[in-house]
Design a protein around this ligand. Structure first.
Ligand code: PEP
Ligand code: MG
Length: 594
């Protein structure tokens, strides 16, 4: 982009996945593989090229191990396991032999030989629709970039130490990328990242989840990022999913006002931190937080959340196998149980599958992972691993108020099968004399329409329901939750979804159990009047959303919300439902609806 053009601001629209407004100089990450400059060599250079390759592989290995250690030191074990897969890729003999063959027989530089082999792999993996294989392409590209960088370094700095693998950021910056690989994200210097924006992704992608848990504004699914230069100013509006490159002074002024209002709003909410969550007329709702990583507990505490309503354990399982032992899991669940104290934590058993893939469990990629081997199906098919997790959760229950819930329930048999494994785990612990809470609360996630329609039966066999709207919307409306092409059809306000939620809450109450919502829709403030009107007992939201949600509830009257739900029962479109909800929300808490 030229200097003249740079004066024009460029507005891009994507999906806002983590709220807030920030701006600052841009840094790029995750650029694709760059083709090395020179490509041919003489026969007498072959040995030197091979030696350079060996050195670059060793250096890459050392850097990955060093980075892994740094992450462990700074943030504990949770994120570091991702690098084990990267280390294995460095040893892939098919790739390495092919590179050496091209260098020897075609007399190509080792950089180019490596680039061409890896690029071919990546391109063919990217053409496959299966998300597991696409994810492998991201990992391969990540490692290949490090190797190529080290090859370049060894050529321009013969005999000297190679650079560190951590991206060096000069100052706090906005990160723009096609996509951020898991290793890009965990390898970033967090204190210097103000916001993210990526070309691909969805509200459930790894980047989005990380951004939310770090409380950093983020926008994804921007499609085509125009060229801009490192250091250009980029503004991220995570509320509305807008990214502005080189914003005009006037635009920055407008956003300065928004940011000021936002910080005023937040300080105005501070007095709600230790208050109960209740409507104007005194109806109490439990307001808890969702977490993915233990490190988020600090934020949960300061947000004033009443415990953790959903602890997603998949991310803890990203670490290497040796750390997923019963002891490893017990330690972490116990720390979370102690930290949440009397408010409690609901630990969800593994929900791997769908978009949450887990390489070593999927030897055979699935054609349709969202309808495949996921959540409770996978746990029941691997009872030993499942029981290991249940034993760990039970052991943690001796140290705090712990609940357990099962994801992706579609049949009653699954609930019974899961409870049978829980009973077995309890029997084992009892006979070993290990302490646990005999009355641990057991819940089912309701996120599949078949579970909604048999909710009365399921309710008789569990202590609570937690509605996973992220999946319930996807499975009710047949809209892939991570496919931004159909994002407009992903409608939490769809009357069919609202009806599913109404039926679930009613079934829970008919059977004297409580019912919460832990999907993203729990924090959609437009929908808060609906949740109150439907009689939802608990909302579990991202910790950044806790105080806003508490304020919204405090401004509502139960009668008015009940009247809304009656009215909505006759509506036919998502737009109509949203408009009816918005009318109440805008009157009750306009300042919260940015
Ligand atoms: C959901 O489906 O709403 C949910 C909370 O679970 P996840 O997003 O992890 O599938
Ligand atoms: Mg779900």
């Amino acid at each position: 982009m030229t200097g003249m053009e740079r004066r024009n601001e460029i507005r891009l629209e994507g999906i806002g996945v983590s709220p807030g407004v920030v701006w600052g100089p841009v840094e790029f990450m995750g650029k694709g593989l760059e083709e090395p400059d020179h490509s041919t060599i003489n026969r007498d250079q072959v040995d030197a090229e091979k030696a350079r390759f060996s050195l670059a592989l060793v250096a890459t290995r050392d850097q990955i191990i060093e980075l892994q250690q740094e992450i462990v030191d700074e943030e504990g074990e949770n994120h570091a396991g991702i690098f084990d897969a990267h280390l294995l890729l460095l040893e892939d003999s098919t790739v390495l032999n092919e590179v050496l063959r091209i260098c020897e027989t075609q007399l190509r530089s080792i950089d180019w030989a490596y680039y061409s082999v890896v690029k071919r792999y990546i391109d063919s993996l990217r053409k496959i629709s299966d998300p597991y294989l696409r994810e492998r392409a991201v990992d391969i590209e990540d490692v290949a970039k490090r190797v190529l960088k080290n090859l370049r370094w060894s050529e321009s700095h013969p005999g000297t130490e190679m650079e560190t693998s951590r991206p060096l950021m000069a100052e706090t910056a906005i990160i723009l990328a096609h996509d951020l690989t898991p290793s890009d994200t965990v390898g970033l210097d967090r204190s210097k990242v103000k916001g993210f924006a990526t070309e691909v992704g969805s509200s459930t992608s790894h980047t989005a989840i990380m951004a939310r848990s770090l409380n950093i504004p983020a926008v994804v699914a921007l499609h085509n990022l125009p060229d801009c230069e490192a250091g250009d100013t980029v503004l991220i509006d995570g509320y509305h999913g807008i990214v502005i490159i080189n914003p005009f002074e006037k635009t920055l002024k407008e956003y300065e006002e928004i940011a000021e209002k936002e910080s005023e709003l937040l300080s105005g909410l501070a007095d709600l931190q230790n208050k109960p969550t209740e409507t104007e007329d005194g109806k109490v709702i439990t307001l808890s937080a969702n977490i993915e990583f233990e490190q988020e507990l600090e934020g949960v505490k300061s947000s004033g959340a009443e415990g953790v309503g959903l602890y997603r354990t998949e991310f803890f399982f990203l670490q290497e196998k040796s750390k997923r032992t019963e002891e490893g899991q017990t330690e972490i669940y116990t720390r979370v149980a102690k930290a949440t104290g009397q408010d409690g934590v609901i630990i969800r058993t593994l929900d791997i599958g769908g978009d949450k893939l887990f390489p070593d469990m999927f030897d055979n990629p699935e054609p349709n992972p969202f309808l495949g081997w996921r959540g409770i199906r996978l746990s029941l098919d691997r009872p030993e691993g499942f029981r290991r997790q249940l034993r760990s959760i039970l052991r943690a229950s001796a140290h705090g108020k712990v609940g357990v819930m099962f994801p992706f329930i579609s049949t009653l048999e699954e609930v019974r099968g899961a409870r049978a494994q829980l009973r077995l785990a309890m029997d084992e612990l009892r006979s070993e004399g290990t302490a646990f809470d005999e009355n641990i609360e057991v819940g089912a996630m309701i996120e599949i329409p078949s579970a909604v329609l048999i909710a009365d039966h399921i309710a008789k066999e569990v202590d609570f329901f937690s509605i996973g709207t992220n999946d319930l919307v996807q499975y009710t409306t047949a809209v892939d939750r991570v496919n931004d092409r159909v994002a407009a059809l992903y409608q939490p306000c769809h009357p069919a979804v609202v009806e599913m939620i109404r039926q679930t809450v009613d079934a829970a109450h008919r059977n004297n159990i409580w019912c919460g919502i832990c999907g993203e829709a729990a924090s959609h403030l437009i929908m808060t009047p609906l949740w109150v009107g439907l009689g939802v007992d608990e909302l579990s939201v991202g910790s950044a959303q806790v105080l806003r949600t508490r304020r919204a509830i405090s401004r509502l009257q139960t009668d008015q919300c009940l009247e809304l739900t009656d009215r909505i029962a006759g509506l036919a479109t998502a737009d109509e439902v949203e408009t009816a909800c918005r009318e109440i929300a805008e009157k009750a808490y306009p300042e919260l609806l940015l």
